[in-house]
Design a protein around this ligand. Structure first.
Ligand SMILES: Cc1cc2nc3c(=O)[nH]c(=O)nc-3n(C[C@H](O)[C@H](O)[C@H](O)COP(=O)(O)OP(=O)(O)OC[C@H]3O[C@@H](n4cnc5c(N)ncnc54)[C@H](O)[C@@H]3O)c2cc1C
Length: 408
């Protein structure tokens, strides 16, 4: 008997799960909220690790195609001091394919290929426990039943409440993302600064990172500590000019007001609708940094606000027959280069577990969850500690973290 299996979400987790299940000749229904694959910008580049994302692609039969698309040269990493001095300059060795980069859009298309995704099918609620399976409610009012519903619907999962009351909380750090196009032609000096991979600069409780994507596209991330809601934290309005508070670390709020134009709410006091106000606010936040570094912000186009949210590092749940979670829905953690890798590996492993024990679907899911929770818990702790060091009162901590990663 074929089980009715649905995966909610066509991100890295959901698509990898569906691909591997298909490879084992098991049908799966993929339900995605977006109306089309290209309905919104796919986001920046991802590095896929040899034992994680690449292993998942191997299980999906896609590793060779990934190798032709990915950019091993994108593993290059340079760290500058705030005055522009080069502190570190790592280049990948010839043949090093440990963590090559791939654009998210390319990865999505690779995974999608001939998969039959139902687009425009936003799920609102999942109700387990019915005699004829788990009931899925859709935004358009329709309902469907399945034997297994896999929630791969990301940070703000609508499936998660069926198994767990946990919701993401703000991690204390906000990213503001901007982009450069045709960098080699339009901004050759910045192209040289960034090199083939990434460049990062760390200061007190803040950093700037630029990452090359394919086709001369660059994503720039300004990252800083700020309270999420200034109204909820009125006593944290220290003012950026109050250096002693910031340098001492004080609380973690990089809270700014006064003459800087930044007053650091969840939007860091920045007017998100006004790109020029956003740019000048960010330039004030990074005031005093080397001109070529600030050009990353001066030349950026649109700005996207990304306050970082996380789930508790030890997030698990009492097993619920017929429903499980993968990827960010299960273990949202700071973006330190593992989220998509874990999401894909979990997708592949759950599919293989199901394929290996078709007679006992529930036992396959239960065994998978135990394995996922243990591994994700370790990564959640590591990435939380990593974020503390990357956006830290002591910028030397960020460099020390990279030294450790590069030497491991
Ligand atoms: C700035 C940044 C940089 C990052 N860099 C890296 C990196 O280099 N390497 C790395 O491994 N990770 C990285 N990550 C983390 C990575 O992006 C995530 O961990 C990964 O995308 C999680 O995959 P997912 O499939 O679980 O969820 P998502 O990618 O969030 O996909 C969820 C899917 O579900 C759909 N969906 C949502 N709600 C519903 C609903 N109600 N009904 C139906 N569909 C729904 C969404 O539209 C989406 O398609 C980064 C994250 C950020 C923010």
């Amino acid at each position: 008997m074929r089980h009715r299996i649905a995966v909610i979400g066509a991100g890295p987790a959901g698509l990898t799960f569906a691909r591997v299940l298909h490879r084992h000749d098991h049908p799966v229904t993929v339900l995605e909220r977006d109306p089309a694959p290209d309905a919104r910008p796919p986001g920046g580049t991802l590095d896929l690790h040899a034992g994680m994302g690449q292993l998942a692609l191997d299980k999906a039969g896609l590793l060779t195609r990934f190798q032709t698309l990915s950019r091993p040269e994108g593993q290059a990493m340079r760290i500058l001091d705030t005055d522009g001095t080069v502190l570190r300059d790592w280049r990948p060795r010839p043949g090093d394919r440990a963590n090559p980069e791939i654009d998210r859009g390319q990865l999505r298309d690779l995974l999608l290929d001939s998969l039959d995704v139902q687009w425009g099918r936003g799920v609102t609620r999942v109700v387990p426990g019915g005699r004829d399976g788990v009931l899925v409610h859709f935004a358009d009012g329709r309902q469907e039943r399945f034997d297994l519903v896999v929630g791969a619907d990301g940070a703000w999962s609508r499936v998660r409440p069926a198994v767990s009351p946990a919701t993401p909380h703000y991690a204390g750090v906000t990213l503001v993302e901007t982009s450069l196009d045709d960098v080699d032609t339009r901004h050759p000096d910045l192209a040289r600064l960034i090199g083939d991979g990434s460049v990062a600069v760390y200061g007190v409780n803040r950093g700037l990172v630029a990452q090359r994507n394919s086709g001369g596209h660059v994503k720039v991330y300004a990252q800083f500590r700020a309270p999420l809601d200034r109204h909820a934290n009125p006593d944290r309005h220290l003012g950026l000019n109050q250096r002693t508070n910031l340098d001492a670390g004080g609380d973690t709020g990089l809270d700014a007001g006064g003459d800087t134009g930044l007053d650091a709410g969840g939007n860091a006091g920045l007017d998100l609708a006004d790109a020029e106000a956003m740019r000048s606010g960010l330039l004030a936040l990074f005031d005093g940094w080397a001109a070529p570094v600030l050009d990353l912000l001066r030349c950026g186009t649109a700005f996207v606000h990304r306050p970082l949210h996380v789930l508790p590092v030890d997030h698990t749940w009492a097993h619920v027959p017929g429903v499980t979670l993968l990827g960010d829905a299960a273990h949202l953690m700071p973006p330190l280069g593992v989220g998509a890798n874990l999401a894909m590996l979990e997708g592949a492993e759950l599919a293989e577990s199901i394929a290996a024990a078709p007679g006992d679907l529930d036992e396959a899911v239960r065994a998978f969850e135990e394995q996922m929770w243990a591994r994700a818990g370790r990564w959640a702790k590591m990435t939380a500690a990593g974020l503390d060091r990357l956006v830290s009162p002591d910028p030397a901590q960020a460099i020390a973290l990279f030294d450790e990663v590069q030497s491991s």
